[in-house]
Design a protein around this ligand. Structure first.
Ligand SMILES: Cc1cc2nc3c(=O)[nH]c(=O)nc-3n(C[C@H](O)[C@H](O)[C@H](O)COP(=O)(O)O)c2cc1C
Length: 190
C-alpha cells in the first residue's frame, strides 16, 4: 500500500560538492553544495543561495573548482558548509586545508581533495533569488591513488560521500550490485 508523503527531496544520492573560488582580493573560499549535478559530458549545474560569498565570487570570476567530498575529507566538507566567508574572512585558513591556484583557471584547488573539476561559467540564471549556474568542465585533476590501472576513477578508492537530506547525515557510496547496459538483457532476450 502506498501513501503520499511530505518529503519532496527523495532523489539520491545528493552529492557533496566543494566549490572553490577566489574573491576580488584573491582570498580563497570553499563551500559545500548538495544542489548540483553533472548533466552531460562537459556540463554541470549548481543552485546557490545568492547571499553566499561563493556565489558573489563566481559572479565575479566566472570560474571555480568543484571537488568531490569523500569519507576522508568529511569533516572539512561539513565545515565548509556551516561557516561562511561573509562572516569569517579566515574560513579557509582556519580549516587547515592546503590551497594552490589552478594552472588553468582563476580558482583554488584544495589539495586535501583527491578529485577536482575545473569549471567555467556558461550561464547564471536568477531562480527565486538563488543563482542557478551552468558551467563547463574544462579539466579534471585526480590524485593517482584514486585511479585504477586504466587511469579511470576507482570509486572504491575515492570513497565519495552523499548528503542524506532526510536525516541530515553523510553516507558513503555503496557496493557494486549490477552491470549497466548488460543486466537488462535478461529480460530483453525473453
Ligand atoms: C550538506 C550541506 C549541503 C549544502 N548545500 C548547499 C547548496 O546546494 N546550495 C547552497 O546555496 N548552500 C548549500 N549549503 C550551505 C552552504 O554550504 C553554507 O551556507 C556555506 O557556509 C556558504 O559559504 P560561503 O558564504 O563562504 O560561500 C549546504 C550546506 C551543507 C552542510
Amino acid at each position: 500500500m502506498k501513501e503520499y508523503i511530505k518529503s519532496k527531496i527523495v532523489v539520491t544520492p545528493l552529492p557533496v560538492l566543494i566549490i572553490g573560488t577566489y574573491d576580488a582580493n584573491g582570498n580563497p573560499d570553499a563551500m559545500n553544495a548538495a544542489w548540483g549535478t553533472q548533466c552531460g559530458y562537459e556540463e554541470l549545474t549548481l543552485l546557490l543561495d545568492a547571499a553566499h560569498k561563493t556565489t558573489e565570487n563566481i559572479k565575479l570570476n566566472k570560474q571555480f573548482t568543484v571537488a568531490i567530498g569523500t569519507v576522508d575529507t568529511l569533516v572539512l566538507c561539513d565545515y565548509f558548509g556551516i561557516v561562511s566567508a561573509n562572516k569569517d574572512s579566515e574560513k579557509v585558513e582556519k580549516s587547515g586545508a592546503k590551497i594552490v591556484k589552478s594552472n588553468k583557471i582563476n580558482a583554488p584547488v584544495i589539495e586535501d581533495f583527491p578529485l577536482t573539476m575545473e569549471c567555467e561559467v556558461i550561464n547564471i540564471d536568477d531562480y527565486k533569488g538563488d543563482a542557478r549556474i551552468t558551467a563547463r568542465v574544462i579539466s579534471v585533476l585526480a590524485d593517482k591513488k584514486i585511479l585504477n590501472e586504466s587511469g579511470k576513477v576507482d570509486y572504491d578508492k575515492l570513497r565519495p560521500i552523499s548528503f542524506d537530506s532526510e536525516t541530515h547525515t553523510y553516507r558513503e557510496l555503496g557496493a557494486v550490485v549490477g552491470k549497466a547496459f548488460h543486466d537488462g538483457t535478461a529480460l530483453s532476450q525473453k
